[in-house]
Design a protein around this ligand. Structure first.
Ligand code: G6P
Ligand code: MG
Length: 215
């Protein structure tokens, strides 16, 4: 029985997934990687910053030291943060506000479960901060999805049993994490056909809310 809903951020609540892509592409071009594609970027979804860097670096033979990698990731984050400056409520994805309002009206607690360390800033800028009951993000965890840690922290913050949580995700790593955590999984967007998800939707605007009544 579903009693609470945990949302991924990038690509589920806000459009920031494209901004991540642009920032990685820009960094890549600077280090001679000119063939970084949207498909590569889909694999970066849901996973942490350093793990995402490794996916970019698969496209080069250059070997970077740990220190150099940290500097590269920081550079990407600076590009990404600059692109977040103009972020506002217009960047909230279709159906997200309506679904959050429905959940509040029907007394389902809500949480964020995102790998991003920029999550609090993004929630503030898009006006979502006060619409979600608890936040678990990259600042709370040591292990990246597909490890379930971020969702378990989110459920613990809400005080809801894992088996009663529904996770909304747009990444394969996130669906895997939800299932490993013993939670229900709703796949949206690019991964809506993920066979491990319990439910799917193109986006939150076309979601059939009756999935909340699943056993
Ligand atoms: C989300 C995105 C990933 C990103 C990660 C870390 O999970 O889907 O693509 O790498 O957050 O984000 P950050 O803002 O901390 O670099
Ligand atoms: Mg995502």
């Amino acid at each position: 029985m579903i009693k609470a809903v945990i949302f991924d951020l990038d690509g589920v609540l806000v459009t920031t997934d494209d901004l991540h892509f642009e920032a990685w592409k820009k960094l890549g071009a600077e280090i001679g990687i000119h063939n970084f594609t949207k498909e590569d970027n889909v694999r970066q979804r849901g996973i942490g910053r350093m793990e995402s860097l490794e996916i970019l670096l698969e496209k080069t033979d250059t070997v970077y030291s740990e220190e150099e990698k940290i500097a590269l990731a920081e550079k990407k984050n600076n590009y990404y943060k600059a692109s977040l400056e103009s972020l506002s409520q217009k960047d909230v994805l279709p159906g997200a506000l309506e679904f959050l309002a429905f959940l509040k009206e029907h007394s389902y607690p809500t949480a964020l479960g995102s790998a991003s360390k920029n999550a609090p800033l993004i929630l503030e800028k898009t006006g979502l901060f006060d619409k979600i009951d608890a936040i678990a993000c990259g600042l709370d965890v040591t292990r990246s999805k597909p490890d379930p840690q971020v969702f378990l922290v989110a459920a613990d913050k809400l005080g809801v049993a894992y088996e009663n949580c529904l996770v909304v995700e747009d990444s394969d790593a996130g669906i895997e994490a939800a299932k490993k955590g013993g939670m229900y999984a709703l796949a949206v967007g690019a991964v809506k056909n993920n066979p491990d998800a319990d439910f799917s939707a193109d986006d939150l605007s076309t979601l059939d809310y009756s999935i909340l009544n699943a056993d």
